[in-house]
Ligand binder design. Structure first.
Ligand code: ATR
Length: 281
């Protein structure tokens, strides 16, 4: 039995063990997957011990995604999605290459939007709300989905500018012509978007974002990366006629992509998503 785990702090509420157990059962993979709490100052030691004990890979969650990237730079290599994100949510322990850091968050988001929600991102006007780690994680896969433009808006404008600079680098490297711009929330007035992704943590405190009701274009998809609650952003989008999605699909899809990186098999995400939604009710 090949061993895997998710490592974080806190970790008790992680749904990843449930999701990966379902994937393993469905695809007949012989593997175990557990949740491991690492001390806040003990990420490296914990990972080293797991590796010595024969684990094949790890998912990494809050607050260790940045440290995971550093760890792989020192002990192996960092794949492009993780490098662009500046963080890693998936480590692969490879016999030859050492520790490989990847990031499946953005691919998970784009797969959920494209395959499950069946919203075509190509040629759309995209708005990303927030400029923290969650926003960085989705930039490269979003660019690869080929929208016409990506605007990044953030409360702290300097961070929106930094994120837009990273985005411009990715756009340039991908030889595409996607327009990328930083904005303040109040500068969004008068603009409209087809896809609006909320990556801020404002929903955690039930805080509404200072965005105008008019930014939701006809046929807009409003996607909140948070799950398990109706955020003020989701409620506002609904009031303004947008189609609304929470981050549960992204959670399952990022797991599926990690599973694929480890096992070379794509699990069917639909039944697992249904199961998690049923449990959440
Ligand atoms: P994460 O890794 O989840 O992205 P983070 O790096 O702390 O966490 O980023 C949180 C994001 O949510 C930031 O963009 C933050 O805005 P600031 O850069 O201005 O701090 C945003 N955010 C958090 N609470 C917010 C609120 N009440 N209103 C608007 N934005 C908020």
């Amino acid at each position: 039995v090949d061993k895997y785990a998710v490592i974080g702090n806190p970790i008790a509420h992680s749904k990843s063990p449930l999701i990966h157990a379902a994937f393993a059962q469905q695809t007949g993979q012989s593997m175990s997957y557990e949740a491991i709490l690492a001390p806040l100052d003990g990420f490296e030691n914990t990972v080293e011990t797991l590796r010595e004990n024969g684990y094949k890979g790890l998912n990494v969650t809050v607050p260790f995604k940045f440290e995971a990237l550093k760890f792989a730079s020192a002990h192996g290599k960092v794949n492009s999605f993780a490098a662009r994100a500046g963080a890693s949510n998936t480590l692969i322990f490879n016999m030859d290459a050492g520790v490989i850091a990847d990031n499946t968050d953005g691919v998970g988001l784009v797969n959920d939007i494209t395959n499950n929600i069946k919203f075509d991102i190509r040629h759309k006007r995209v708005l990303v709300l927030g400029s923290g780690g969650a926003a960085y994680g989705i930039l490269q896969p979003l660019v690869e989905a080929a929208p016409d433009s990506i605007v990044i808006a953030n409360r702290t404008f300097a961070k929106a500018e930094e994120a837009a600079n990273r985005l411009a680098e990715i756009v340039q490297a991908s030889n595409s012509a996607i327009l990328s711009l930083p904005k303040r929330f109040e500068e969004l007035d008068g603009l409209q978007f087809d896809l609006i992704i909320n990556s801020t943590s404002a929903g955690l405190t039930d805080t509404a974002l200072p965005i105008s009701d008019t930014i939701f274009a006809e046929g807009c998809l409003a996607y909140d990366m948070m799950y398990g609650r109706e955020t003020p952003f989701m409620a506002q989008a609904r009031r303004n006629g947008a189609q609304v999605a929470d981050g549960l699909g992204m959670l399952v899809e990022q797991a599926a992509e990690a599973f694929y990186l480890w096992r070379g098999v794509h699990p069917d995400t639909k039944p697992v998503m249904d199961k998690i939604r049923a449990l959440a009710r």
